[in-house]
Design a protein around this ligand. Sequence first.
Ligand code: BGC
Length: 754
Amino acid sequence: MDVNELISQMTLEEKAQILSGADFWHTAAVERLGLKSFMMCDGPNGLRKQVGEADHLGLNGSISTVCYPTASSVASSFDVDLARELGETLGDECLREDVSMLLGPGLNMKRSPVCGRNFEYYSEDPYLAGKMAAAYVEGVQSKGVLACPKHFAANNQEYRRMSGNSIVDERTLHEIYLTAFEIMVKEAHPKSIMCAYNQLNGTYLSENKYMLTEVLRDKWGFDGFVVTDWGAGKDPAKGVEAGLDLVMPGPCEDHTKAIVEAVNSGKLDEAKVDRAVFNILNAFNRTIENRPEGVLASSDETRKRDYAFAKKLSLDSAVLLKNNKALPIKSDMKVLFVGEFAEKPRYQGSGSSHINSAFVSNALDAAADKNVTFAKGYDTKNPEENFILREKAIEAAEDADIIVIFAGLPASYESEGFDRKDINLPKEQDKLISELALLNKKTVVVMHNGSPVAMPWIDRVDAVLDMQLSGDAAGEAAVDLLWGFSNPSGKLSETYPEKLSDNPSFLNFPGDGGNPEYREGVFIGYRYYEKKRMQPLFPFGHGLSYTEFEYSDITIDKESITDKERVTVSVDIWNVGRYKGKEVVQLYVSPNGSRISRPYKELKGFQKIELLPEEKETLTFTLDARAFAYYETKIHDFYVESGDYTILIGSSSNDIRLTIPVHVEGTTLLPCSFDMFSAISDILDTAKGREVLGPIVDNIFSEMKSNSENADSMGEGGTEMMERMILEMPIGSLSTFGGFDTAQVKKLLRKINH
Ligand code: BGC
């Protein structure tokens, strides 16, 4: 299809119609010109295709299919290949079901652990989230299906989700809330993106020109179309003007009318309507052109294959949080399973991502060939029963060698549309675990949760296996991991704090009237806990294995680089334990010093490898300027400060095994616009400032030194006091303390600012 030719044949009304949906899930068709409509469906952790008539709330039943682990789990695999394979698998299913666009992945940052949709998002770390999302998008689009990453951007809570105003400063926005989107757009070239419901700094995202045009298209080179979140469209003309293309859902006669009127009245340039129509049709056209031939229909066979992949994903995502030699369970042990979730695992979240699963495995059935008995222990729907159920579980434990409690958040706790009130498990589960842990038996907790939970009993249990929300194969995967048929290898993609009030957003979440001020700035997740030197319950990147890995021989190819060069770091990883296992090797960068307040360290690389016992592998990581940069508002861009940095390699954010230094020389000059009130130290931080002012300040210092006896007349430390005073005083004060007159200082300033 020649899209421009097609557009040239359309009337203004037809073009305006294309800019909003035909119904809940379809784009508009123009039959007269042979243009068909395209279907889009929710993901991200399965295909939620509504069958039959689409209703206007999107509530009708959806096809029976496979539910995969949610994004929070997938991120814990730290495996981009698996994220890509998930995209490919879903892309295949879209082809089989004649779906042209998948609404996912979700890659918003986890600012608070209680955001209701955290299970749908990858991480608190933008690098990890960006890499996982990019791989997923590549996977989906490799099948000739459009991916629609969401929700762009600063959409980090559910409270007042359709109207709230996220107030975020420029540096925080780019460094934390946009970086994942930036990585994903630049690496994977999504053909569409969904703008969020909320406002950002007072402007709705669907009308935000800075975000939809200046950042997304002009800075990052996005070349697909922007679609609203469902119902996020506001003023139609303003939307198009800002860079919005498609408003969903439809039908939206008012929208069509408003566009036509805006063009006819001269308020909106028709060329902008053409641009939006082009963006939509071109994206579908280009992606669909690359579809593979001979797509099969969904069948038992495809479902079996997809289920097997769901299991693989869930095995690689589960995180072994603690293990006091209780796991793996030995084959001759008498095991008691306790908890409703052993029979009915909690494996996905609620809302638009909810999948109609064809089959869900449970741990009890999966362990049918083992010496396992069962006690329900608690009932999420019937709390009055819990005292009796608890007593029965304690009684049943008498005969067991090991107790495995399947606990977690009930489905009603984690959903789109509202945030959690706290991070606690239901009280009866905490009580059950605490009481069972008092018995003189090995106690293991298997968790089911899409976001962090407090574990007041952590010191009393022997092991915790965090299955997270791990899709249809949750039960079988848990059993394989518990008995050691598979070795846990997931790492936390989000810090587990001890209590909610430890979280940096606590004082400003969800914000008065749903208008949160992101006052913690760039310090979210581990960036905050590390800066505050706080020990969380479990740190970012943490996860144990049944085997052990040794890290050695870190090397770097250059000790010093400029920000135009790359540096390569190599490290040897050795499986020194008894089991085959996978390790996630994490690379962080830490500035040794900085003019501005920066996180202690930030994730800039990770690789997952599998090693047999005794096997060793050398991994290499290549870092470019961005790994050392922060967002500098003076140039509205990322900027590398000249200085020394440390590269840290570890098995978790708080288990750093090796470090190596590197010097990086920044080559970008920050613009100088100093005035009489600018601090001398700020001026000296710039190259021109150092050139002009450096010798003058050196002179003053050496004069002070030769006069140090007099300085000491001000008490001990007098010289240092004088030095600090000079450095921190406004340059204008040189006319008072430096022997210059005002005209001379102004002359210096002109030289520096030039
Ligand atoms: C959600 C989106 C979803 C859309 C369509 C919205 O309410 O925020 O994530 O894709 O509905 O179901």
